[in-house]
Design a protein around this ligand. Structure first.
Ligand SMILES: [Zn+2]
Length: 303
């Protein structure tokens, strides 16, 4: 099913190198490649002279140095954070200390729902729990700097506090990990929630930004078409889960084996959590049943 999404895995950007994919937008990539980060986390620099940084990235002195080098002789007035995964926000204190910039984000890291009794959060180590913004942004708020304006676009789902940032008058959205050209986004409970994620995708589908700059991988240059494919992909995934359940009561590992053919073994755990995210949504909608709250080791049947 994922083959339906027109993925683009071509990124001509080396770690620490600065390029300018469009006038007024520069980017610097951290050297943290991996199955969830592609070639690395990308930090963006908006404007020239008095600038904003979107997602300072991981707490990696080399990346922090490269990012500060990229803005040498300029003033960083604003830092925007899309979400609080450890590959996006832990460099904030160092960049803030070096520049005095004000930090904007939706809020601290939090789960999309409380933990169930006895549930352990498999994502505990992925969240930057120390992060606090100076200014908590609400959906639709506009922040203006020198020659640029940014609109906060609440996009919960990948994390509860995920915020995208629209570069006003440029037709550009800094989209974090909500939509990426190289892969689907991870939606994993309890930090992520599929119903929120789908609502956020549908919200972006109604906006008109043409170019997305994601937290990982190349820019998306035909954004409305790409978001449409992303929505279709999740609907197909849900249909596959329901198809498997139509053959009988089963558990999440069985569903993963049935619908994720040829998956990278490092991603099996994430696939299980993604299926759980769909099942949570399906149980809430009354389409699927389970005993007690939907759990990673639960047994599921059609409602
Ligand atoms: Zn993330």
């Amino acid at each position: 099913m994922s083959d339906d999404i027109p993925f683009d895995k071509i990124l001509n950007l080396a770690p620490d190198q600065v390029d300018e994919p469009m006038p007024g937008v520069r980017r610097v990539m951290a050297d943290n490649p991996g199955p969830f980060t592609f070639k690395g986390t990308i930090s963006y620099i908006i404007g020239r002279g008095k600038v904003a940084i979107v997602d300072p990235g991981p707490d990696d002195p080399r990346h922090i140095g490269a990012l500060l080098d990229a803005v040498r002789n300029e003033t960083v007035t604003h830092i925007f954070v899309t979400h609080t995964h450890r590959d996006h926000s832990p460099a904030v204190p160092a960049i803030k200390a070096a520049t005095g910039a004000t930090v904007y984000a939706e809020g601290p890291h939090r789960a999309a729902r409380p933990l169930h009794i006895g549930e352990h959060n498999p994502l505990d180590s992925s969240g930057d729990r120390d992060f606090r913004p100076d200014v908590a942004l609400k959906d639709g708020e506009v922040v203006s700097g020198d020659g640029w304006s940014i609109e906060a676009v609440a996009t919960p789902g990948h994390t509860a506090n995920h915020m995208a940032y629209a570069f006003k008058d440029k037709n550009v959205l800094f989209v974090g990990d909500h939509v990426m050209a190289w892969s689907t986004s991870i939606v994993a409970p309890p930090d992520g929630a599929m119903s929120d994620y789908m609502a956020s995708l549908n919200k972006l589908a109604k906006r008109n930004e043409a170019i997305y700059f994601p937290g990982h991988g190349p820019a998306i240059t035909d954004a409305s078409r790409f978001v449409h494919y992303y929505i279709l992909h999740r609907m197909a995934r849900e249909a596959s889960i329901l198809h498997r359940l139509s053959k009988g009561t089963t558990d999440i590992p069985t569903i993963v084996r049935a619908i994720y053919i040829g998956i990278d073994p490092r991603l099996t755990g994430a696939a299980g959590l993604s299926v759980l995210a769909h099942l949570e949504d399906l149980v809430t909608r009354g389409v699927v049943e389970t005993d007690g709250p939907p759990a990673i080791d639960g047994i599921y049947r059609l409602g």
